[in-house]
Design a protein around this ligand. Sequence first.
Ligand code: AHR
Length: 531
Amino acid sequence: PAPALDIFPSAPIAPVSPYIFSGFLEHLGRCIYGGILPATPTTFPHTPRRPCPADQFVETPRALLTPEGFRADVLAVLRDELQVPLVRWPGGNFVSSYNWKDGVGPREERKRRPELAWGGEESNLFGTDEFIAWCRVAKIEPYIVLNMGTGTLEDALHWIEYCNGTGDTYYANLRRKNTGRDEPHNVKYWGLGNEVWGEWQVGQQSASEYATKARQWAHAIRLVDPSVILVGCGETGVNQWDDVVLDALVDKIQMHSVEAVCSIHLYTGFGPRDRSETEKEYGRSVYGPDAAEYSIEVCKGLINKARFAKNVGKPIKIAFDEYGVWDETVGTPENGLEQFYTLADALAMASWLNVFVRQADIVDMACIAQSVNVISPLITSPTGLFRQTIYWPLFLFSRYMRGGTSVRVSLTSPAYAGETLPGWISSIKGAPKDLDASAVLHEDAATRARSLRVAVVNRSEATAYEVPIRVAFEKRVGEEVEVHELWHEDVRARNGWGSEEEVCVKARKGSWDGKWTFREHSFTLLVFKLQ
Ligand code: AHR
């Protein structure tokens, strides 16, 4: 079919939650040590699989750190450029054998432990108080995941008392002693375990075992702090796990997490493979986020089924608390999951964000996995950083699609004929479209000026499309349009040291005559003024 895009500003879906721009920090590779803190000879190498001889170790100069000792460059990008509102910590798989008590108190007395999720050793030099201190400087809301692997309910209750207790109790007083301040950390978001369903997890459980345990934990946690928001551990949103867990927990939790980094396997990347394999990888990566939309739609149905059965009036939202672009054959535990992204990967990232905007009525949180170095938009060296290709869609969405209301779009587009993943989703939903779009209606709080922000990914590797754009029931759409485009002639182009801006967004003013040409393998964000 000939492409066409209809936008309906008069048909709101829901306000876009600012929390869809959230992040994730795990004690893995160079995320914490080398990303948030400067690496030191005792924290780096983090894993023996990634040795760094002592004579090659480079220290980060003090001038590049904040007064608290955090990396100032990473903090500035996350706080000021991407405006990350919330960060999930400490894992991920790491949390399932993490003892929070090892990570508080005098740093010289912290216990160094074997790290079971990724191998190596954990110095515990970054613990709860450092995480909260970093969040405060970064103006970021903390979201802590509880250890439901080796951890006990008692440990969890102590952790919450330590963070949020205001009384004259042991752990609240321990926090006061360790931080030298009276005020609590006030951690509102708590996750009930990470990927407890996975066989790689320390303490894997069946759905019904987890459901029973999580209900008990939720009940007890509320006795310590009734104000917390609990995030139940989901699988992909479409699995039997999700069904069982939602049925059991719907009256005990506020959010159901869906984790898609591993579980949906949205693989990406171009290795030294033959042509047909390359084509397959392109499809899997760039069209892959369609699978996430399917999982959200099904999960929404499961949530409402569970609410209906237990007569739960309050809404339960989805926390897509791990998502991203990850080729497990490229970002491996041996290299600390460091992956260097192409323009194609950035198109996948833009499609991910389109999904979250279109699903604004149910997705309240999305955390990119992860925020620095580990399958991340940012890569650091001891003295600097560069922004990967996938940084740019995040930057544009965070800047232009935040603070508005997601509105309905109707898109006619040629379909993609190649292989995408997982195949069974295509057989239910039909072949994915080359064009992918979302739109937000924005009203400036001070001037009341209205604008329409339209994000379009042309996922076709080789075809540019001229697309009529119709804005329904809006007679006065300005002719001048603000254009932000991410494009490079080579869809495999990447950024790197010395070529930090090989792939980056170009902004310009354009004039709109009712249609727009979207270049092959491009991401474009258009801002229209409405009068
Ligand atoms: O983000 C990397 C890993 O992916 C996380 O530790 C885990 O939760 C998921 O499997």
